[in-house]
Design a binder for this molecule. Sequence first.
Ligand code: GDP
Ligand code: IMO
Ligand code: MG
Length: 433
Amino acid sequence: MTKIDVLLGLQWGDEGKGKIVDVLTPQYDVIARFQGGPNAGHTIEFNGMKHVLHIIPSGIFHADKVNLIGNGVLIEPCIFRKEIEGLAEKGVDAVRNLFISKKAHLILPSHRMMDAANEQAKGNMKIGSTLKGIGPAYTDKIARTGLRVGDILSSDFVERYLLLKEQHIRMAQTLGFDVAAFRLDGMTLEAYEQQWMESLTTLKAFRFVNSEYFINQCLHDNMRVLAEGAQAMMLDIDFGTYPFVTSSNTITAGVCTGLGVAPSTIGRVMGITKAYCTRVGAGPFPTELFDATGRYLCEQGHEYGSTTGRPRRCGWIDMPALRYACMINGVTELYVTKPDVMNSLDQVCMCEAYEIEGKQTVEIPFEYNTVEVKPLLKYYEGWRQSLEGITEYAALPQQLLTYLEAIERQTGVPVAAVSISPDRKDVLFKKVQ
Ligand code: GDP
Ligand code: IMO
Ligand code: MG
């Protein structure tokens, strides 16, 4: 019996999870998504090709690997179809190696409408949702009114769909939302709904499985399984910067509920962090930079959302948040991405503690959203050189190695590898002595 390894984001998303999953996939037999849905945008680059995945696991470019969409994931059939078609254009036939849990919930067009209605109703307390229907679909799951992938095959599916849609329309109207004026990809709800229904045909071509049996059998057969997280620790529904979070458990514990595996089966936990920090959408971000350095990180790092194209907010790495992430997730190794973005900086900073109401702390306070959290920064010398062409971890500039050692010391977790470009080939693994 093997254990299931976990890979997840430690900040506010977009740490480079997709890229690292793709790099690690040769070491695994199965790649499984356990939460989130099309709010995710996981970028993979190789051979001059760039591809962004939303619902499909990042192991899909390796034809001999099994990919699984677990019960904890949300599927929007139109977005799923587009993703499948996009892969087909690149010669990837996902039907052969992608399995879908019958218990995964469906995002209806009216869930997406409700996302827009809720955001509108929140006014300046907007979360900055990706508007993919995540919150409303998980709300229906918890309210026990949702529709699941396995339901598509039942004879009363359309009837149940219509009932749920009508309920959403009534709720949107109660919020004062103009349902008739609502557009999804430029279409009315009805026009989009037609495409959504047609997209079910694409979905039905895939193998629907009782994924909890499927994954446990894989572990029993000594297959190597990697669980791929979406979003990240600080967007977790319980431990993130609530209410500015997503609606799922993005943490290691989410693997158990999102795939149906026992806590004792969890193996390595790989935490991904950028060498700096970004956030897209609203909510606290103590180390955010509003100056030229912030703009520099945004431009140099191409920090624009993979799903929405929105500019990401940029700032320094936040060690209290990173330590919190390592604690909650039981991170056993760190992967640090994008130090190359900071190549030209004379100095790089690390937030080592916070000052809140005159007191120093290294804890994430309950009042994170409402009090002023001042980052206490430590300056490190920049490496001021390109990392291009470096093929070994030990050959990284000394200043960068010092910075990485500080991350290790402060988290108590070793760095396993550093990524120095968007390309698959540029991940430098640290040789263990
Ligand atoms: P994910 O959501 O965690 O999979 O990350 P995204 O794909 O949303 O965002 C990460 C972005 O950084 C993508 O555009 C990647 O191509 C890019 N990227 C990943 N690793 C590196 C790296 O080491 N250096 C640079 N410059 N870009 C990277
Ligand atoms: P990946 O997997 C970054 C953010 C949104 C918003 C909040 C809630 O690519 O790292 P939602 O649509 O879930 O209701 O949005 O969470 N968010 C992400 N930010 N990366 C993501 O995914 C995100 N998924 C959601 O911007 O602030
Ligand atoms: Mg992303």
